[in-house]
Design a protein around this ligand. Structure first.
Ligand code: ATP
Ligand code: MG
Length: 466
């Protein structure tokens, strides 16, 4: 009798402890001919993970952003799997599986192939939490949510309807709990549940709304957009590391310029990055700065959309460059020598960022390297160019310098010279060096030439302007 009872319980709920079901009806089952997901866009490893879990008797689906992207016909950049197996149960099924996180305990299953290793993130269906108990802060913000739930509950705690679809590669069926597919057709981004409540639970969802709108080109549904104006200030309570991660995702989305405009339209840019306030609020006053940043972001978007890598350090170096340039010039005007003026300006620029979201240390050193390399591109004498080309971050510094040329801040002939110098054989490089000597010889008076030979470290920023 008791064993029968236990068996029944186990059968009903074999893997996870469920909480009370919560406004979670049956999903719509969408067959292949309706969703038209191309199986070639699937990651083989993600399919391996769902198969392994299913063969062990669990439910397993590709979920979230990957299904959204697949339905849009875009190859997802990463794949998440959702299952009713607990993290421990998942871990036992895979050789290279690691449990991570506390707030969201998940399992990373790693596959080593030809290129980079691929990590498939496997999470257990989670429950919806109500506003009671120690999971929720006074503001309504969710602090921890490791309570397992049914698939329907897992769907309801996701953010947007288009992010809450589950795809089973075996049956090629999409399970859609919140009308995500219909919203995809209407090109609408709609928050699941009561938007204001969902933003209070997690204010970062407001930034996500802007990011996904920029990425998909979809419109925010009016009820999803409306509370943002009033609730935007809740972003101040979000830990800065999390905010930073989200802003980084936004900048690296491949649609960063559109996303930044979206932040401005939603009134969300204040206090996220002082530089955004700077660029977006000043309009025509900062046109030059705006041009530089716009070009840098367009360049980043292009790289990301064509599958190239982008370093966050590089990106932040570009975003902060106009501010740095202003500080550098101000220091030079005060009579500081060129290189100390640059280094002092770098400290100043980085310090102003710490009033909002702090830029993490690992990016800071990249930024400093890229910046401090800039005057060195103008020192095309003696052994300097040969040494510069060997520095480990040369490529980033060079790409950065080309951006400066493209906006006319630096003479484009210098950029071209370096492009030729990189491509040239040693004899060609020597000829290029000689050409600089001639150029300087022709264009400078003897007095100026004498001054250049002094061990002065570089050209002041004023002369950098074309
Ligand atoms: P991307 O293409 O940028 O990775 P994504 O939709 O996959 O987009 P992730 O941050 O990787 O975004 O999150 C995966 C999924 O987890 C989302 O699609 C969504 O279902 C859910 N999710 C993530 N963050 C939140 C959040 N703050 N609130 C609710 N659900 C979330
Ligand atoms: Mg994702």
């Amino acid at each position: 009798m008791i064993t029968k009872f236990i068996k029944r319980i186990l059968r009903r709920d074999p893997m996870v402890k469920h909480t009370q079901a919560n406004n979670t009806g049956a999903p719509k089952r969408i067959p292949k001919k309706a969703h038209r997901i191309d199986p070639h866009l699937l990651s083989k490893n993600a399919v391996k993970v769902t198969h392994t879990l299913q063969q062990a008797g669990y439910e397993a689906f590709i979920v979230g952003g990957a299904v959204r992207d697949l339905a849009l016909g875009i190859g997802p950049k990463d794949f998440d799997v959702a299952t009713n197996a607990t993290p421990d149960q998942v871990q036992r099924l895979f050789r290279k599986a690691r449990l991570i996180g506390r707030r969201f305990q998940i399992v990373h299953v790693t596959f080593f192939g030809k290129g980079h290793p691929e990590i498939i993130e496997v999470s257990t269906f989670r429950a919806l939490l109500d506003n009671a108990g120690d999971h929720v802060a006074e503001s309504g913000r969710i602090l921890r949510d490791n309570v397992w739930g049914s698939q329907g509950e897992d769907a309801a705690r996701r953010d947007f309807t288009i992010n809450a679809m589950y795809y089973d590669p075996s049956s090629e069926t999409v399970l859609d709990y919140h009308g995500g597919m219909a919203d995809m057709q209407k090109k609408t981004l709609r928050m699941i549940g009561d938007p204001a409540k969902r933003y209070r639970e997690d204010p970062v969802r407001m930034l996500r709304a802007v990011r996904f709108a920029a990425k998909t080109g979809f419109e925010l549904d009016s009820a999803t957009r409306a509370p943002i104006a009033k609730l935007g200030k809740l972003l101040n309570d979000v830990p800065s590391a999390r905010l930073f991660d989200e802003i980084l995702k936004l900048l690296m989305s491949g649609y960063s310029w559109a996303a930044i405009q979206g932040l401005k339209d939603a009134g969300l840019h204040h206090g996220l990055l002082p530089l955004l306030d700077h660029i977006l609020d000043k309009g025509e006053d900062s046109k030059g700065a705006n041009d530089f940043v716009k070009l840098a972001l367009a360049n980043t978007d292009d790289r990301i959309q064509s599958g190239k890598s982008v370093s966050a350090g590089f990106l932040f170096a570009t975003l902060l460059w106009p501010d740095l340039l202003k500080n550098w010039k101000a220091n030079s005007a005060k009579g500081m020598a060129n290189i100390p003026a640059l280094h002092d300006a770098m400290d100043g620029t980085i310090a102003t960022q710490s009033s909002g979201m702090t830029i993490q240390r690992r990016f800071e050193s990249d930024m400093r390297e890229i910046w401090s390399m800039q005057p060195r591109f103008e020192r095309r004498v003696g052994r300097y160019p040969y040494r510069l080309i060997e520095s480990p971050r040369f490529r980033a510094g060079y790409d950065f310098m080309l951006l400066r040329c493209a906006t006319g801040e630096l003479n484009p002939a210098i950029g071209q010279w370096w492009t030729d110098f990189i491509a040239a054989e040693p004899t060609g490089q020597d000829e290029l060096m000689a050409s600089v000597k001639n150029e300087l010889g022709n264009s400078q008076s003897p007095a100026k030439r004498r001054r250049r030979r002094k061990p002065k470290s570089a050209v002041p920023p004023e002369s950098a302007a074309s």
